[in-house]
Design a protein around this ligand. Structure first.
Ligand SMILES: [Zn+2]
Ligand SMILES: [Zn+2]
Length: 255
């Protein structure tokens, strides 16, 4: 099944392409499902540099809802999880089709923060990453978890990284929340998807899905053949949607 549930656009401010241009690209590539998952803004402007203004949400949602194609289009958000916003996530989830979790930042007890992607994370940052990610998965808001191995874009794989990887993988299995093998990291060779992480995941038969995490229309379909090869090579069986409302997954047949 050809589908992608992790798609950005010009709305996020660091991507390009309109909603209809992604839909056109999906149609050209024979997709059966296209899900939009812009970085979710917060009512108080938290993390506003990496996402659309809160005031643009209605326009984004209308754009996606108004896009009609001979295949399914879903409306979603990719969300950084903070427990104090539980009420907000609840109302979002009632309004859109699905939410993806993703840990893009770590917040330290001393009040400082770092991007997971360019952060020079320390070993103690790593445990914050694991804690943030696992609490997000436990919240029950998310249909799957994006780039769970993103911390390896700025951290050398060692025994701490191994322990964090296993903790996240076991949470995914225990909670039945699929982990994503991420096409944006794959295309940009950013250190994820990490072979070490996904070897551990494969050994434990983690539920896994592929997404492109496209921020440009030309990246919507581009990573999938490579991602499939990556997964097949490690013996990871891939999920595809079994229902869209609500979104749920099943193993792909004969793969
Ligand atoms: Zn982004
Ligand atoms: Zn992300």
């Amino acid at each position: 099944m050809r589908y992608n549930l992790h798609t950005h656009s010009f709305y996020c401010g660091h991507g390009s392409g309109r909603i209809d241009e992604y839909a056109e690209e999906a149609q050209r590539n024979g997709f059966e499902v296209l899900g939009f998952s812009e970085h979710c803004p917060f009512p108080d402007g938290l993390l506003s540099r990496s996402r659309m203004p809160y005031s643009s949400m209605a326009q984004y949602e209308a754009d996606v809802r108004n896009e009609r194609r001979p295949f399914d289009i879903l409306l979603g958000y990719e969300v950084d999880y903070f427990r104090r916003f539980d009420g907000y996530y609840e109302s979002l989830r009632n309004r859109v089709d699905y939410l993806i979790g993703g840990t893009h930042f770590i917040f330290r007890p001393d009040g400082t923060m770092s991007s997971v992607f360019d952060g020079n994370l320390s070993a103690s940052d790593l445990s914050i990453y694991a804690d943030t990610t696992i609490k997000a998965m436990e919240s029950g808001f998310f249909s799957f978890y994006a780039h769970p191995d993103a911390f390896l874009s700025s951290y050398q794989f060692n025994s701490e990284a191994r322990a964090v990887s296993i903790a996240i993988i076991e949470a995914s299995i225990g909670l039945s929340i699929p982990l994503e093998i991420n096409g944006n990291g794959y295309l940009r060779k950013r250190g994820y998807p990490s072979r070490e992480f996904w070897e551990l995941a494969a050994e434990r038969d983690v539920p896994a899905i592929l997404s492109s995490d496209a921020h440009r229309t030309q990246d919507l379909a581009a990573p999938f053949s490579g991602l499939r090869e990556f997964a097949a090579d490690l013996g990871i069986s891939i999920l595809c949607p079994s229902s869209l409302h609500p979104l749920s997954f099943r193993k792909e047949q004969g793969k």
